[in-house]
Ligand binder design. Sequence first.
Ligand SMILES: [Zn+2]
Ligand SMILES: [Zn+2]
Length: 145
Amino acid sequence: MKNPNTADYLLSHGIKPSVHRVAVMNFLLNNRIHPTVDTIYAALAPSIRTLSKTTVYNSLKLFVEKEAIQVIEIDDKGARYDACCDKHGHFKCLACGGVFDVFKMPYLNQDELGLSDFKITDCQIYYKGYCPDCVKKEMHFNSNN
Ligand SMILES: [Zn+2]
Ligand SMILES: [Zn+2]
């Protein structure tokens, strides 16, 4: 599925929409799975022969700098990327590795956090556990024992 507005989205963030950048951004917009560099490269490389992993990495770095996407560091296996820049938390499944969005977050302001004198530059809230599919599999597995 192609998103016809991807080039415009990049331009609106001051990013020149090269073929490779549009492909990477398209992937992020159409696959809300918080992919790593490796996931994006593996998905796009077969259809875009001129694409290198460095190009994917550099495109993502530029998108983050221009605030077109955000980087999620929930995983020790590498940064994940998210086309949704709205404030939200994440849930990582320890079984399948899936990272899910958590939009109903009770964010406190800086005074409420007791951090009035601090300068906050980023806020990431992470939950870890098991997603519904993996909870179901686990229950199924247990009932067979
Ligand atoms: Zn899972
Ligand atoms: Zn997200």
